[in-house]
Design a protein around this ligand. Structure first.
Ligand code: MTE
Ligand code: LUZ
Ligand code: MOS
Length: 749
C-alpha cells in the first residue's frame, strides 16, 4: 500500500511550514549569530539595524519576558547569548522586519564586541579539562580484569568517528501567531510539538495551556528536529509576544548548517579479549562524545551508545564508560540511531582489528559471538535474539562465501580495481531508553457520515507514520483507507507528547489508535447486535464497510450503523492512552529491561575501490531484516533503502569539517558531499527474516526507522578490505572513509 502522502507530494500540494498562508501583518525574523566560537560578549550594537528600512524591532537577551533558557535535558542553553558566546552560530540578537529580505539585510548591520577566548573542539581535551556535560556513565557486566587475564588474544586501539549533517530537505523554521488573551499559536517544523511548547512557555513566561503547537508534516527530521526546532519556535514566539504580530522564520540552508548541531562525533578507546577458539570474553571501551556547547540531547545519546556498545554480540565481561564532553561547537543532537551507531562502530572496529591480527575473516569472529536467546545484554535485559537466524537466513540467501570468492577472484585478475566485502550485523533496541517517554495518545472521532478523523502525537516526516496509523484505524473499522483522515499533530488535541523519535512513533501512537478504535468499535457492536439480531457481539465483525455476522455479510452497512448509534446517543469519539508494558531501567544499578523488543538484521556489503583514484562504488547491500510482520512493505522497504544510503553517507563521503577555531568549513552543499543517485548502491536486496515470534510492535510490524542506517556501516569495513587487497596496510579506524582518505591509505607506504 502506497504512502498516503504520495499523491500530494508528487503534485507539489503537500503543505510544509513555508507553504502556510501568511496572515496580514506578519513579520519576518532573522538572527545575528556569533562570528566566533568562544568569547566574552562585551556589548552588542543594534542601532543601525534598528534604524534600517522595514525593521520593527531588534531583540536581545535582556528583552525576554520569560527565562533566557531552552535546555530541555539540562538547563544550560540560553536562547540568546548573554555575557558569553559558546559556539560559532550561537544566536545573539533577533531582527524583526516587514520582509525576509529586509530582516536579513538589517541583521548584517549588527556588530558585537566579543573578547575571544581559546575554543576547545576536541572532546578528549574537554574531558582532560574536566569539562563534562553530565557525570560519566558506565555499564559493567562480569569482570573484565579477570577475563582479560584468561584471554589468549588481547588487542586495543582507538577509533574516530565524525559527525553528520541532517540535511533534511526542509530547513528549520516556525511561524508564531499571537491569539486572543495573551496566547500564541505556533506552527513548527518539529518532531517534538510538546518540546516546542515547553521551550516557548519558558522564554515567554506563558503557561502551557496558552501555547498551541501545530505540525502538519516535516520535510525530514532525522533527529535534527527532535530538540533543535525549539530555538526557532522560541524566537518567533518571543517576537510575536513583544510585537503582538505574527512572526515567521524559515532558515536558509547555510544558516541551518551553521547554527544547528549534528550527529555527535566520537573518539573512543577499545580493548578486546578473545579465547583460543575466537570467543570474545572481555571488552573494555571508553567513549568520548563531542557534545558541543550545551547538553541538548547529548546525555540520552550517550546512554544509547552504551546500550549498543556490544551490538549483536554476547560478551560476558564488559566495562563500557562514556564521557559527554563540552566543546565549542554547535550543540550536537539526535540523529537516526541516536548514539547507537557510534557504539556499534567501535566493537566492529575491534573485531576487524582482532581478525586482521589473527589472520582470520572478521565474519568468523562476528558469527562466533552473536547473541543468542536468553543471553544477557550488559544492561541486564535478556535477549530474545534473532541475531543468529538473521545471519543464517541472510547467508543462505545471499551466500557470503560466494560473494567473498567472487571478490577474491576479481581481485586476483584486476590490478587497479579491488573489491571488498563485509558482514554487518545489527541489533537495535526499540523504546525510548527513558522509560516515562514510552507513552502516547490518540483521539479518534467517527462522524455521522461514517468518515473517521484521527489525531495522535506522531509527526509525519516522510517515514510514513500517518499511513501506518490510518491503516490501523481502517483495519479495526473494516473500512477503506480513504475513509480515515490523519490530522495535524496538535498540542490541544494531543497533550504531553513524546517526540516522534526512537523509531517508536508508529508503535506508540499506532497502539493508542488501535485502542481508541477498538473502544468505539465495541460500542458500535453493542448497537449492531440488536440491528442484525446476533446472539453475541463476539459473532460480529467489520469488513469492507459492512457488519458481518458469523463471518457472513449482513445488509447493515457502516454508515447506517454509525448514524443509528448516534441517534441512540452512543459516544462516537475516544481518546486512548498507551504505555509500553514491561519496560524499566534503573540508572543506580545500570540494569533493567529498557526495550520493548530489539530489531535484528544482517547485511552483506560489497564495494569496488578504484585504486588509482581512491574513488569507490557500493556494489550491493544485501540484508536479512527483521520486520516482525510488516504492515506496509512499500513504506518499510523505503525506510530500509533510505536508512542504508544515509548510513553509507555517514561512513564514506559526508565529512563535517570544523577548523581549530570552531568555524564550520563544510557549511554548504558545495563543501559537504551527501550521497546522490550516483552513489546509491547498485543493488539493495531485502530479505524479510522469517520467524513467528510475538512482539510488542503495532500489528506485530516492528519499528523500522533507525535500524537500517547501521547496515550502511558495513561499507566502511568493505572499503577497508578492498584497500587491503591492493596494498599491505592497516588503515586507522577513522570514519568517514572519504576518497581522500582511501587514496592516502592506498599509497601510505
Ligand atoms: N524517514 C524519513 N523519510 N524522514 C525522516 O526524517 N527520520 C528517521 C526515521 N525515518 C526520518 C525517516 C528517524 S531519526 C526516526 S527516529 C524515525 O524515522 C521516526 O519515525 P517512526 O518512529 O515513525 O519510525
Ligand atoms: N530520543 C530519546 C531517541 O529521547 N530517547 C531515545 O532513547 C531515543 N532513541 C533513539 C532516537 N531518539
Ligand atoms: Mo530519530 S534520531 O529518534 O529522531
Amino acid at each position: 500500500m502506497k504512502n498516503i502522502d504520495s499523491k500530494t507530494h508528487v503534485r507539489g500540494e503537500s503543505v510544509y511550514l513555508d507553504d502556510i498562508p501568511l496572515i496580514e501583518g506578519t513579520l519576518f525574523a532573522c538572527v545575528f549569530d556569533s562570528p566566533i566560537a568562544y568569547g566574552k560578549l562585551r556589548s552588542i550594537d543594534t542601532y543601525e539595524a534598528e534604524n534600517s528600512l522595514g525593521v520593527v524591532k531588534v531583540i536581545i537577551a535582556s528583552d525576554l519576558i520569560g527565562e533566557n533558557q531552552i535546555g530541555g535535558v539540562v538547563p544550560d542553553e540560553p536562547l540568546l547569548a548573554d555575557g558569553e558566546v559558546h559556539f560559532q552560530g550561537m544566536p545573539i540578537a533577533i531582527v524583526l522586519a516587514e520582509s525576509e529580505e529586509l530582516a536579513r539585510k538589517a541583521a548584517k548591520k549588527i556588530t558585537a564586541d566579543i573578547e575571544p577566548l581559546e575554543p576547545v573542539t576536541d572532546p578528549r581535551v574537554a574531558a582532560a579539562n574536566g569539562d563534562l556535560i553530565v557525570p560519566p556513565k558506565k555499564f559493567i557486566m562480569g569482570d573484565c580484569e579477570t577475563a582479560f587475564a584468561e584471554c589468549e588474544h588481547v588487542f586495543s586501539g582507538l577509533t574516530e568517528q565524525n559527525g553528520q549533517e541532517h540535511l533534511y530537505i526542509e530547513t528549520q523554521g516556525a511561524y508564531a501567531v499571537p491569539t486572543e488573551d495573551a496566547s500564541i499559536k505556533v506552527y513548527s517544523s518539529t518532531q517534538g510539538p510538546t518540546a516546542v511548547q515547553r521551550a516557548v512557555c519558558r522564554v515567554t513566561g506563558l503557561p502551557m495551556h496558552r501555547v498551541e503547537v501545530d505540525v502538519q508534516r516535516l520535510g525530514g527530521g532525522f533527529g535534527g528536529k527532535e530538540d533543535q526546532a525549539n530555538a526557532w519556535a522560541s524566537i518567533c514566539a518571543v517576537g510575536a509576544q513583544l510585537t503582538k504580530r505574527p512572526v515567521k522564520y524559515a532558515l536558509h540552508r547555510m544558516e541551518d548548517m551553521r547554527m544547528t548541531g549534528k550527529r555527535h562525533p566520537y573518539s573512543s578507546d577499545y580493548k578486546i579479549g578473545l579465547t583460543k577458539d575466537l570467543k570474545i570474553i572481555a571488552y573494555e571501551v571508553t567513549f568520548y562524545q563531542n557534545a558541543g556547547a550545551s547538553a541538548d540531547l547529548s546525555p540520552p545519546v550517550l546512554e544509547r551508545t552504551l546500550f549498543h556498545a556490544t551490538n549483536s554480540y554476547f560478551i560476558p565481561n564488559v566495562t563500557a564508560t562514556a564521557y559527554s564532553c563540552r566543546t565549542n561547537l554547535p550543540p550536537n543532537t539526535a540523529f537516526r540511531g541516536f548514539g547507537g551507531p557510534q557504539g556499534m562502530f567501535v566493537i566492529e572496529a575491534a573485531i576487524v582489528h582482532a581478525a586482521e591480527k589473527l589472520g582470520v575473516s572478521a565474519a568468523d569472529i562476528q558469527r562466533n559471538n552473536l547473541i543468542d536467546d536468553g543471553d544477557e545484554f550488559p544492561y541486564g535485559q535478556k535477549a530474545e535474539s534473532d541475531a543468529i537466524t538473521s545471519w543464517t537466513q541472510g547467508d543462505a540467501e545471499f551466500n557470503f562465501a560466494r560473494l567473498q570468492k567472487e571478490a577474491d577472484d576479481f581481485n586476483a585478475e584486476s590490478k587497479y580495481f579491488k573489491k571488498g566485502v563485509a558482514m554487518m550485523p545489527v541489533c537495535f533496541g526499540i523504546s525510548f531508553t527513558k522509560t516515562p517517554m514510552n507513552q502516547a495518545r490518540s483521539l479518534v472521532h467517527v462522524y455521522t457520515d461514517g468518515s473517521v478523523a484521527v489525531s495522535t502525537g506522531a509527526v509525519e516526516m516522510g517515514q510514513g507514520v500517518n499511513t501506518k496509523i490510518a491503516q490501523v484505524a481502517a483495519k479495526v473499522f473494516g473500512l477503506p483507507i480513504d475513509k480515515v483522515k490523519i490530522h495535524t499533530t496538535n498540542t490541544l488535541r494531543i497533550a504531553n507528547t513524546s517526540p516522534t523519535a526512537a523509531s517508536a512513533a508508529a508503535d506508540l501512537n499506532g497502539k493508542a489508535t488501535q485502542m481508541a478504535c477498538e473502544t468505539i468499535r465495541d460500542r458500535l457492536f453493542d448497537v449492531a447486535k440488536g440491528l442484525v439480531e446476533a446472539e453475541a457481539v463476539e459473532n460480529l465483525s467489520l469488513e469492507d464497510g459492512h457488519v458481518y455476522r458469523n463471518g457472513d455479510r449482513t445488509s447493515l452497512d457502516w454508515k447506517t450503523l454509525v448514524m443509528d448509534a448516534h441517534l441512540q446517543r452512543v459516544n462516537l469519539s475516544e481518546h486512548a492512552h498507551y504505555a509500553t508494558p514491561g519496560i524499566n531501567f534503573d540508572w543506580s544499578t545500570a540494569k533493567g529491561h529498557p526495550f520493548a523488543y530489539h530489531v535484528y538484521g544482517t547485511a552483506i556489503v560489497g564495494v569496488t575501490v578504484d585504486c588509482l583514484r581512491g574513488r569507490y562504488e557500493v556494489d550491493y547491500v544485501k540484508c536479512c531484516h527483521d520486520f516482525g510482520s510488516s504492515m506496509n512493505t512499500a513504506v518499510d522497504n523505503g525506510q530500509i533503502e533510505g536508512g542504508i544510503v544515509q548510513g553509507l553517507g555517514w561512513m564514506t563521503m559526508e565529512e563535517v569539517v570544523y577548523d581549530d577555531a570552531g568555524k564550520l568549513r563544510s557549511n554548504a552543499l558545495s563543501t559537504y558531499k551527501v550521497p546522490d543517485i550516483h552513489s546509491v548502491p547498485k543493488e539493495i536486496a531485502i530479505l524479510p527474516l522469517q520467524t513467528n515470534r510475538e512482539n510488542l510492535a503495532v500489528l506485530n510490524s516492528k519499528a523500522v526507522g533507525e535500524p537500517p542506517l547501521m547496515y550502511g556501516m558495513g561499507a566502511y569495513f568493505a572499503i577497508r578490505n578492498a584497500i587491503k587487497a591492493f596494498t599491505e596496510c592497516s588503515p586507522e579506524f577513522d570514519a568517514p572513509f572519504t576518497p581522500e582518505k582511501v587514496l592516502m591509505n592506498l599509497y601510505s607506504e
